[in-house]
Design a protein around this ligand. Structure first.
Ligand SMILES: NC(=O)c1ccc[n+]([C@@H]2O[C@H](COP(=O)([O-])OP(=O)(O)OC[C@H]3O[C@@H](n4cnc5c(N)ncnc54)[C@H](OP(=O)(O)O)[C@@H]3O)[C@@H](O)[C@H]2O)c1
Length: 279
């Protein structure tokens, strides 16, 4: 099946920067009508203005997705403006990079709030509207929920315990909903990026004290990941590892799990060795 998003209403969360921002641009080129959300109202308004100038039917809806009142207001505003929703892309997220033993309950709860509970409750609010999109759509049309998780949702990475926990939960939810939403005609798709270069690492990371070597600067550009999200949506791929790091871990985890374990441990040892040698 190929999904044509021309004229379809797509809500992208996390659209103010990074993957979500690039995704909005790509969906606009495909003719989608766009509802964009994140907390940074100015960044969203600027993006919406640029896309509108290029002819896209787009609106910015600033919201903190961890807040119930904001989520409800978002749904009501999008319905009022566009009359319905055809595709929900859950892309907003945060990360914490640091050892478990020196982290805190506050960080664990914050990461789970943004990466898990927010998309869970947003999906619950949108499901009846997506069902309406299926029931009222032409033959062959299927609405979709696209969950941008992480390869951390398939394999735990050291120094990212809260992030991995949130993404494992998100992956589990995605798999459960994929079956459950079949009776509503809604496809539930999973995208697993690897390490992605951030527009603003300080805002992406709640904490940046991990004791494992990760090359954030040399990581995959968010533009390529956005291409992967679009591919998944159009080709209706139920699960896609995006980028060679994610793809490599995804396959190795299935074929050589001990090798992935060794690879992760080696990254921790190498970091510890470097720390010892530099005092
Ligand atoms: N970067 C990576 O290495 C990487 C790797 C694998 C998976 N991913 C996943 O890919 C997704 C996008 O990541 P990215 O690299 O594009 O991150 P990013 O550049 O930091 O962007 C995150 C987006 O989420 C929004 N956001 C954060 N907290 C929010 C909240 N409480 N309410 C509403 N929006 C909120 C941010 O907007 P505001 O700050 O304006 O609210 C921003 O638009 C995330 O789910 C992330 O976990 C990223």
């Amino acid at each position: 099946m190929r999904r044509d998003v021309r004229g379809r209403v797509v809500l992208v969360t996390g659209a103010s920067r990074g993957i979500g921002r690039r995704l909005a641009g790509k969906l606009a080129k495909l003719g989608a009508r766009l509802a964009l959300t994140a907390r940074s109202a100015d960044d969203l308004a600027k993006l919406a203005g640029d896309l509108r100038a290029d002819g896209t039917d787009v609106e910015a809806f600033p919201a903190d997705l961890t807040d119930l009142a904001d989520r409800e207001r978002l749904v009501a505003s999008v319905i009022e403006r566009f009359g319905g929703l055809d595709v929900l892309v859950n892309c907003a997220g945060v990360c914490s990079f640091g050892e478990f033993s020196t982290s805190s309950e506050a960080i664990a709860r914050r990461v789970l709030e943004v990466n898990f509970f927010a998309p869970v409750e947003l999906t619950r609010l949108w499901q009846p509207h997506l069902t309406r999109s299926y029931e009222g759509g032409p033959a062959g049309w299927r609405p979709a929920v696209v969950n941008v998780a992480s390869i951390c949702g398939r394999w735990g990475i050291p120094s990212m315990s809260e992030h991995c926990a949130s993404k494992h939960a998100f992956v589990g939810l995605t798999e459960a909903l994929r079956g459950e939403f079949e009776r509503f005609g809604i496809d539930v798709l999973l995208v697993l990026p690897g390490l992605v270069r951030s527009d603003d690492l300080n805002r992406h990371l709640l904490r940046n004290e991990g004791k494992i070597y990760l090359d954030f600067e040399g990581a995959q550009p968010s533009d390529e990941v956005a291409d992967g999200v679009v591919r998944s949506l159009i080709r209706n791929k139920s699960e896609a590892a995006v980028g060679w790091v994610s793809w490599g871990v995804w396959w190795s985890r299935r074929l050589f799990p001990r090798a992935v374990r060794f690879f992760m441990q080696r990254k921790v040892w190498k970091y510890a060795e470097r720390e010892r040698s530099t005092g």
